[in-house]
Write a protein that binds this ligand. Structure first.
Ligand code: NAP
Length: 484
C-alpha cells in the first residue's frame, strides 16, 4: 500500500550542527531510514559539520549510536548500518571563523546536488550563508535548509530573510516547519482537494467552527532559558498552528506546485482579523506533587511567559466570514494530542423530533498519536427501540490502513529532507508567509506587554486554565476533550 520509493538524485548534504540534538534525534536517523527504504542513491554523501574536533570515524560512532536509539525498523541490521555509515563524514568547521571551510569545500563533489542544513542557532544563519558563498561552497543550484525559530518577531524575521536573500535566491531557501511534513497534514490536502464530498461543504454556510489543538505532555525543563524568551505564541502558534490553519482554510490552489500552494496559504494569513484580547487566554503550568512548575523550570519566579495559549480568530473572506477558528496549544497537558476538528452545523430541521437530540458531523484529523481521520456520522441506533439517533465514527487510522507497511511511512523530517534534494518547496514556508504570520502575531504579544498581562495558572495533566474552557462556553461551544 505504501507508494513506490523513487530514489532521489545524487547529493552532498552538509549538516551544520551535525553534533547537535536535532541532528542526533531526527536528521541522521531519518536519513538512515530513507537509506534503508532505498531512496538514497549510491552517490549520496552526508557530512556533519560543527565546532567539535573529531575525525570521520569518531563522528560515525556518534551516528551509529543515534541510529541505535532512533533508527527505526532496520537499526539492528549491521550490514545496513555499515553501508550507511560509509556515506557519512565529518568536518570541523567554525561558522563564525575561518576554520574548516577550505577542507569542507575540498570534500564536495561536482555534478551532484549540494544541500546545506543549518541545524544550528539562528544567530549563526547569516555567518553560514555568507561563508558558503565567500568560500565558494555554494552555487546557484545549491539549497539551504533553515530550522525554526525563524525570527522572534516581524523585524527579526525580515532581517533574517534579507540576510539569506543577500546570498541565496528564494527558490534555494527551505524553511522547515516539520508539521508540514506529516503524513496527515498532506492528507488534509488530499481529502479536501481529491474528493468531491467535502469541498462543497467547506465554508461558513456548513461549518460551525474549527478547532485546532496541539497538546503536549512535556514540560519546558531542560530548555527553559530558550523557551522563556519565546512562549507558546512564538514557539507554536506563529508557525505550526498557523500552518495548519492555512491548510484547512485555504482556497484550492490551481495546481499542487510550491508557489500555487504557498500563494493560497499567504492569502489566509493576510485575511486573518486582529485578535481581540478578550478572545485569548494565556496559561502557565503550576507545580504538582511530582515536579516543579513553569517558573522553576525557567529559573525565574516572576516569569510572565505563557506555556499555554487558547484563542479565537476569524478569517475575513467570502468562504469563512462568520466561522470562528479556535486554536489551543500548551505544555504539560493531559496527553500528547494534535488534532484538527471541523465541526459542521446542525441539520436545518430534525424530522425525528426533539427527543432524537441534535447531532453534528465532526471531521477530526489526527496528527498524533495514531495519525488518521474520523468522520462522525449520525445513524439510527441499532435494535428495536424505535428511531433513536447515535453518532458513530467512520474511522481511518493510517497504521491500520497501511498494516505492516506503516513502519515504512517516512516521518516528517525524512520526507522534507528528500523534498529538499528533489527541489520541491511545496511543504516549506516562503519568506513572505513567515513575515505575514509575524505581522499577525506581533500585536498580540505587544498587547500582553502593554497591559502587563499575567498568564493564568493551570494544573499539570489538565486541559489548560478554566478561562480557556470559558472562551468556548461563552459561544455555546465546547472544546473537544484532550483524552488521556
Ligand atoms: N532539538 C530539537 O528538537 C529542535 C526542534 C526544532 C528546531 N530546532 C532548531 O534546530 C537548531 C539546532 O538545534 P539543536 O537542538 O540541535 O541544538 P544543539 O543541540 O545546541 O546543537 C547546536 C549545534 O550547533 C553547533 N555549533 C554551535 N556553534 C557553532 C559554530 N560556531 N560553528 C559550527 N557549529 C556550531 C554545535 O556544535 P558543537 O557543539 O560541536 O560546537 C551543535 O552541533 C536550532 O535552531 C533549534 O532551534 C531544534
Amino acid at each position: 500500500m505504501v507508494s513506490r520509493v523513487i530514489p532521489v538524485d545524487g547529493f552532498d548534504l552538509v549538516i551544520f550542527g551535525g553534533t547537535g540534538d536535532l541532528a542526533r534525534r531526527k536528521i541522521l536517523p531519518g536519513l538512515f531510514r530513507r537509506f534503508c527504504a532505498g531512496q538514497m542513491p549510491e552517490d549520496a554523501r552526508i557530512i556533519g559539520a560543527a565546532r567539535s574536533e573529531m575525525d570521520d570515524a569518531a563522528f560515525r560512532d556518534t551516528v551509529a549510536e543515534a541510529i541505535r536509539e532512533f533508527g527505526g525498523a532496520h537499526r539492528a541490521d549491521k550490514a545496513q548500518v555499515d553501508a550507511f555509515l560509509e556515506r557519512v563524514g565529518y568536518e570541523h568547521v567554525d561558522a563564525m571563523g575561518e576554520t574548516g571551510w577550505e577542507t569542507l569545500k575540498g570534500r564536495l563533489r561536482d555534478g551532484v546536488i549540494r544541500a546545506f542544513y543549518f541545524s544550528v542557532a539562528p544567530s549563526l544563519f547569516g555567518a553560514l550563508a555568507e561563508r558558503l558563498r565567500s568560500f565558494g561552497l555554494a552555487d546557484d543550484d545549491s539549497r539551504v535548509v533553515v530550522e525554526k525559530p525563524f525570527g522572534k518577531d516581524l523585524e527579526t524575521a525580515k532581517k533574517l530573510n534579507a540576510t539569506l536573500a543577500e546570498h541565496f535566491d528564494e527558490t534555494q531557501i527551505y524553511r522547515i516547519d516539520h508539521y508540514l511534513g506529516k503524513e496527515t497534514v498532506q492528507n488534509l490536502m488530499a481529502v479536501r482537494f481529491g474528493n468531491m464530498l467535502f469541498e462543497p461543504l467547506w465554508n461558513a454556510q456548513y461549518v460551525d467552527h474549527i478547532q485546532i489543538t496541539v497538546a503536549e505532555t512535556v514540560s519546558v525543563a531542560g530548555r527553559g532559558s530558550y523557551y522563556d524568551k519565546s512562549g507558546a505564541m512564538r514557539d507554536m502558534v506563529q508557525n505550526h498552528l498557523m500552518q495548519l490553519l492555512c491548510l484547512i482554510a485555504m482556497e484550492p490552489p490551481a495546481r499542487f506546485s510550491p508557489d500555487a500552494v504557498r500563494d493560497e496559504k499567504l492569502k489566509v494569513i493576510r485575511a486573518l482579523d486582529p485578535v481581540d484580547h478578550h478572545q485569548i487566554v494565556r496559561g502557565q503550568y503550576d507545580a504538582d506533587d511530582t515536579q516543579p512548575g513553569y517558573r522553576t523550570h525557567v529559573d525565574d519566579l516572576r516569569s510572565t511567559t505563557e506555556s499555554f495559549v487558547a484563542l479565537k480568530c476569524h478569517i475575513s473572506n467570502w468562504r469563512w466570514a462568520g466561522t470562528p477558528f479556535y486554536l489551543r496549544t500548551g505544555k504539560m497537558l493531559r496527553s500528547r494530542t494534535s488534532e484538527i476538528a471541523v465541526v459542521f452545523k446542525d441539520a436545518p430541521h430534525s424530522i425525528f423530533g426533539p427527543e432524537a437530540g441534535t447531532h453534528r458531523n465532526v471531521l477530526s484529523i489526527r496528527l498524533q498519536p495514531n495519525e488518521g481521520m474520523t468522520l462522525g456520522v449520525t445513524i439510527k441506533e441499532p435494535g428495536p427501540g424505535g428511531m433513536r439517533l447515535v453518532d458513530v465514527p467512520l474511522d481511518m487510522s493510517f497504521a491500520e490502513a497501511l498494516g505492516p507497511d506503516a513502519e515504512e511511512v517516512p516521518d516528517a523530517y525524512e520526507r522534507l529532507i528528500m523534498d529538499v534534494i528533489r527541489g520541491n518547496q511545496t511543504l516549506f514556508m516562503r519568506g513572505d508567509e513567515v513575515e505575514a504570520a509575524w505581522a499577525w502575531t506581533d500585536p498580540i504579544i505587544a498587547g500582553w506587554k502593554r497591559r502587563g498581562d499575567v498568564p493564568k495558572p493551570y494544573d499539570p495533566g489538565s486541559s489548560g486554565p478554566e478561562d480557556a474552557l470559558m472562551l468556548m462556553h461563552r459561544d455555546g461551544r465546547k472544546w473537544r476533550e484532550i483524552k488521556s
